[in-house]
Write a protein that binds this ligand. Structure first.
Ligand SMILES: Nc1ncnc2c1ncn2[C@@H]1O[C@H](COP(=O)(O)OP(=O)(O)OP(=O)(O)O)[C@@H](O)[C@H]1O
Length: 434
C-alpha cells in the first residue's frame, strides 16, 4: 500500500501575526490610575492586559512574551513618542499599535482584527473622564513625572482649564519638538542627546555597555539610567571602582571568598558580582583592572558562572555588565595593555559622554538644575550675569562634577545674599589659596 503523501500546509493555516499573543495587550502609560481603568475595561472584553510604566518597559514586556496590541499613551517618561514608534515598528512589525487618546500614532493599517474592541474600551474610559479625546486629567503620578521647567521648549504641558473649570493637561502636541533626553541627563547639545538616545535604545536589553568619557562627565549617571530603565530596575545596582581597590583584594571583592581563603579572610563573603544577581553590575575604571583578573572576568562573562576565592563549586549568576572608563579602551587593547577579547565582550554597545568643554552651551541649563537642587531646604538664590559669564569662560577640566562643586562653593560663599556674584565663583586650585 502506497504511503499517503502528506498534504502541504495550506497558506490559510499559517498563523497570522496577531494570533501570537492573541487578546493580549500591553498598556504603556506612566499614569497608574489610567492603566487600571483601561485594564478593567479590557478585562471585561476578555483581554489580558500587561502594564508598563514607560516605553522601555513596554519593549521589555514584548521581548518577554508576545502581544497582539500595544496601547501607547501620548507621553512616556523615558522615551520620545515618535522615536519610540519608529523603533517599535522596526522591531515588532506584526503588533498593532494604538494610541491611548485616540490620536492615530501610525500610518500603517490595523494589524489586529479586534482593534475596535480596544478603541471601544478606551472610549469608555475617556468618556468617564470627560468628553474630549485628546485631553486627559492630571494625575499625581503624571505631575510627579513631568519634566523640569527647563524642558518648557520641548514638552508642551501647559495646563488648560476645561469648561467645567477642571484643570486638564494637554498631552504633547504633534508640533512639539521631540525630546531626546532623559530627565536626569541635563544638556541639549547633540552629543548629550545622543547619550540619552543610546541609553534608551539599549536599556531594556541585557547587552553589555561600555561608557567612555573623561572624569565627571556623568558615566555613573548613565549607568544608573540604564539600570533604572531596564527590567532589572527592581533588583540591585552594584558599583565597583576597579581603580579604588588594591589589586590583591580586587578578585575577592568581585568574586567573593570563603572563610580563610587568604590571610585576613576571617569570614566568607559574597562578591560584588553575586550581589548584583538579577540586576546590574557597574564596573567603573575598568581600564585599571589587572590583566590576570581580566582573564577571570572574561571566563565569567563567557560561562555566566563564577568561583568564589577558595571554593571549587561554580555559582551561576545573571548580571548585566555596564563598564566605564576615562581611557580609550580600544587603544589599550591595541597595545595589549587590556585584553582585546574582554574589550569586545564589554563594548558590545558603546556610549561616549562628552567633556563639558565640548558643550559649554549647556552650562546655563546645568547651573539652573544644580541651583534648584541646592535650594531644596534653604531659600532660593539667583546668579548674576557676570557670575554666569565666569562659569561659561572656564575650561572645566573636572567637567560637570567640577561645575557642581563650584556652584556649591559659590552658594556657601554668597552667605545670606539671594544672588551669587562673580566674586563667589572660585575655580579648582584658587579655591584653596584663600
Ligand atoms: N549631564 C549631566 N546632567 C546632570 N548632572 C550631571 C551630568 N553629568 C554629570 N552630572 C553630575 O556630575 C557628577 C559626576 O557625575 P558621574 O559620577 O556620573 O561622573 P563620572 O563620569 O562617572 O565620573 P568619574 O569618571 O570620576 O567616576 C554627579 O553628581 C552627576 O550627577
Amino acid at each position: 500500500m502506497a504511503t499517503p503523501t502528506p498534504t502541504p500546509t495550506p497558506m490559510s493555516s499559517v498563523r497570522p501575526l496577531h494570533a501570537i499573543g492573541a487578546r493580549t495587550a500591553i498598556l504603556a502609560s506612566a499614569d497608574a490610575s489610567f492603566r487600571e481603568r483601561v485594564r478593567e475595561a479590557l478585562t471585561g472584553l476578555r483581554w489580558q492586559v500587561r502594564e508598563a510604566a514607560g516605553g522601555a518597559e513596554a519593549l521589555a514586556c514584548l521581548d518577554a512574551s508576545p502581544a497582539e496590541t500595544v496601547i501607547l499613551d501620548s507621553w512616556l517618561p523615558d522615551l520620545e513618542i515618535r522615536e519610540f514608534i519608529t523603533e517599535f515598528e522596526r522591531l515588532h512589525p506584526g503588533v498593532d499599535l494604538v494610541s491611548a487618546d485616540g490620536v492615530s500614532v501610525s500610518n500603517t493599517p490595523a494589524r489586529s482584527p479586534r482593534r475596535n474592541e480596544i478603541l471601544y474600551a478606551l472610549r469608555r474610559v475617556q468618556d468617564a473622564d470627560g468628553p474630549l479625546w485628546d485631553f486627559e486629567p492630571i494625575s499625581s503620578a503624571r505631575e510627579a513625572e513631568k519634566p523640569a521647567a527647563t524642558d518648557g521648549a520641548i514638552w508642551n504641558t501647559a495646563p488648560l482649564l476645561s469648561e467645567a473649570g477642571k484643570a486638564k493637561v494637554r498631552t504633547p502636541q504633534k508640533t512639539a519638538q521631540p525630546s531626546l533626553r532623559l530627565p536626569e541627563l541635563i544638556g541639549a547639545n547633540p552629543a548629550m542627546l545622543e547619550v540619552s538616545r543610546r541609553v534608551r535604545l539599549v536599556a531594556a536589553r541585557s547587552t553589555a555597555v561600555l561608557i567612555e568619557g573623561p572624569t565627571g562627565t556623568g558615566k555613573e549617571l548613565v549607568a544608573r539610567a540604564l539600570h533604572r530603565l531596564s527590567p532589572r530596575a527592581g533588583r540591585s545596582f552594584v558599583a565597583l571602582n576597579c581603580a579604588a581597590i588594591p589589586e590583591a583584594l580586587l578578585e575577592a571583592e568581585l568574586f567573593g571568598h570563603t572563610r580563610g581563603a587568604f590571610t585576613g579572610a576571617v569570614q566568607g563573603r559574597v562578591g560584588r558580582i553575586e550581589a548584583a544577581d538579577g540586576g546590574t553590575l557597574f564596573l567603573d575604571e575598568i581600564g585599571e583592572m589587572p590583566l590576570p583578573l581580566q582573564a577571570k572576568m572574561l571566563r565569567f562573562l563567557e560561562s555566566g558562572e563564577l568561583q568564589r576565592v577558595g571554593e571549587n563549586e561554580p555559582v551561576r549568576v545573571d548580571v548585566r555588565i555596564v563598564a566605564a572608563t576615562h581611557r580609550r579602551l580600544h587603544e589599550l587593547a591595541a597595545r595589549s595593555a587590556f585584553r582585546a577579547d574582554l574589550y569586545y565582550r564589554l563594548a558590545v554597545f558603546l556610549i561616549r559622554t562628552p567633556p563639558l568643554s565640548e558643550h559649554p552651551e549647556d552650562i546655563p541649563q546645568m547651573v539652573e538644575h544644580f541651583m534648584e537642587r541646592m535650594a531644596s531646604g534653604s531659600p532660593a538664590k539667583s546668579i548674576s550675569g557676570s557670575a554666569m559669564q565666569r562659569l561659561k569662560e572656564h575650561a572645566w577640566p573636572g567637567n560637570v562634577r567640577e561645575l557642581e562643586h563650584t556652584l556649591e562653593r559659590a552658594w556657601i560663599l554668597a552667605e545670606e545674599r539671594s544672588q551669587i556674584d562673580a566674586g563667589d565663583v572660585e575655580f579648582g586650585e584658587s579655591a584653596h589659596a584663600h
